[in-house]
Design a protein. Structure first.
Length: 468
RNA sequence: GGCGGCAUAGCCAAGUGGUAAGGCAGAGCUCUGCAAAAGCUCCAUCCCCCAGUUCAAAUCUGGGUGCCGCCUCCA
């Protein structure tokens, strides 16, 4: 079965055929770095991580670009609140984002452009749009002339009339803009800024680039005028991606992306998890109690285009489930392979691998792919023969890796608090031995502990210990 | 108002024309000094409701009901 992907543009699954043979160019809209990332951002990152991992695993040469938006009103406002500069704030949250991504075992993108590094190409892009008659300057701002682009609305399935009637309602709150723009749906390519505010000089005066512009510009610069996959969260369909299409396609006269893919949201109590609603769990806080694998399983057990309703129960369920996979996978490292793997085992593995790839080929059906992982886990424990167990466990690890699971065995890693409890217990047992005049045992305990690098010191008030 | 999506067991969640994957929770048994792990077995006559198409529908069509997202920053 060939790979099928759901294309937002056509609203149906299509066979995946890259523009350039085995080379796949993909771009995902990354974060605006003005605050900590939450589970919703983790979902987006993990979904795209899995997509690119799978494409690589089936032999594509993937170039994956994920940008960082570090110029934005939200950044500026937040920085003002905190009394620091916007670029300082952006850098701080960029670092935090990287830390979160690393902790989640999300692969680094091949390129990670930042908006601030693309000011000059963005200005150039705007200039070209003006020259081509698709944009106009007004009071130091530059707007995209939506009416000049016939395909406007093709991604979000809206037509211009509908948007205009909708836009008129909102325009009441921004009447100053209504007088400047030719059309209420026209969007800013360049926004003038006051001196002292974050901004750059441009042919139209001091100002900042519009949000949509950076992605069009980065894609053009880094990947080219037409790419294979462009994606992001479903809320980006309109207006963000629609506007990117308008910018890029009106200028280049070719499809910006062949496949548009959008992931659904994480909800809390059937409501969207978002920064504006304040009902979010940060990645950082979740990772304090749950492993990266647990969060990944929670996310990938739901198909990427369906919403996930986040609950404490589902998180706990994922944690238990991961533990089972970890136990099975651990046997890969623990066991030895003796001789050839029997044909029936090889066949069983091949069959499961086929189930896995069939599921992934079906628009990245990770939920079904994961069931293949559990099926391998079952086989590991159902088999008595160590060599066969090893073969199944190795297959499990291999497939799990395609989905980005580490299956890291942390079962023996104990926290300092727990270690302290264990030492208390050991010293209690030693104390009992001493009280029974069983000095052989008490001396043995002290000697063994010393070899482990722990010194036990008897004192009138009882024994204490410290790391040597 | 416009556009789009969702409704499957106690919970999470696949399936989208051929007779209900998987995970969690639960029950029984095996193993076992106890416990945990592991194994075996069981756990939706039925997929929001109604009507229709079909030999056959959770899956298609029409009509309801409920919920959600986008149209304004948002992954």
């Amino acid at each position: 079965m060939s790979l099928q992907v759901f294309n937002t543009l056509s609203n149906k699954k299509e066979e995946f055929v890259p523009i350039d043979g085995k080379n796949v160019r993909m771009y995902a809209c990354g974060p605006t770095v003005y605050d900590s990332s939450h589970l919703g951002h983790a979902r987006m990152a993990i979904v795209w991580d899995v997509i690119q991992r799978y494409l690589r695993s089936v032999g594509y040469n993937v170039t994956f670009v994920r940008n960082i938006t570090d110029v934005d009103d939200k950044i500026i406002n937040r920085a003002k609140e905190l009394g620091i500069s916007p670029d300082q704030l952006a850098r701080q949250y960029t670092f935090e984002y990287w830390r979160d991504m690393y902790a989640l075992n999300v692969m680094a993108p091949d390129f990670e452009p930042k908006a601030t590094e693309f000011i000059a190409p963005m200005i150039q892009f705007v200039r070209e749009l003006i020259d081509a008659g698709h944009a106009y300057e007004a009071n130091g701002d530059v707007y995209f002339d939506v009416a000049s682009f016939n395909d406007y609305g093709k991604l979000s399935k809206q037509n211009l009339e509908q948007l205009q009637s909708g836009a008129r309602e909102q325009v009441r709150t921004q009447e100053d803009l209504a007088s400047i723009k030719k059309n209420p749906v026209d969007f800013a390519l360049w926004k003038s800024a006051d001196e002292g505010e974050l901004g750059w000089p441009s042919p139209w005066g001091y100002g900042r680039p519009g949000w949509h512009l950076e992605c069009s510009t980065m894609i053009r610069t880094v990947l080219g005028e037409s790419i294979d996959i462009h994606g992001g969260g479903e809320d980006l369909v309109f207006p963000h991606h629609e506007n990117e299409i308008a910018q890029s396609e009106s200028l280049f006269k070719k499809n910006m992306a062949k496949y548009w893919m959008h992931n659904s949201f994480v909800q809390v109590s059937a409501e969207k998890m978002s920064k504006s609603l304040g009902n979010f769990k940060t990645i950082k806080s979740l990772l304090e109690n749950y492993s990266a694998d647990t969060l990944r399983l929670l996310i990938l057990q739901t198909h990427y285009r369906n919403p996930i309703d986040f609950t404490a129960d589902s998180l706990a369920a994922a944690k238990t489930a991961v533990l089972r996979l970890v136990r099975a996978a651990a046997l890969d490292a623990e066991l030895e392979q003796n001789g050839d793997v029997p044909a029936k085992v090889r066949d069983a593995i091949a069959e499961t691998e086929k189930q896995f790839s069939d599921a992934m080929d079906n628009d990245f059906n990770t939920a079904v792919a994961i069931s293949a992982l559990f099926s391998l886990g079952d086989k590991v424990f159902q088999t008595k023969d160590a060599s066969e167990q090893k073969a199944y466990a190795a297959a499990l690890v291999r497939l799990a890796k395609v989905l980005g699971f580490t299956l890291a065995d942390t079962r023996k890693k104990i926290e300092p608090e727990t270690a302290k409890g264990v030492m208390d217990l050991v010293l209690e047992l030693r104390k009992n031995a001493r009280e029974n005049k069983d000095y052989a045992t008490s001396d043995l305990i002290r000697k063994e502990l010393a070899q482990l690098g722990i010194n036990v010191m008897d004192a009138p008030g009882g024994a204490t210990w410290e790391k040597a």
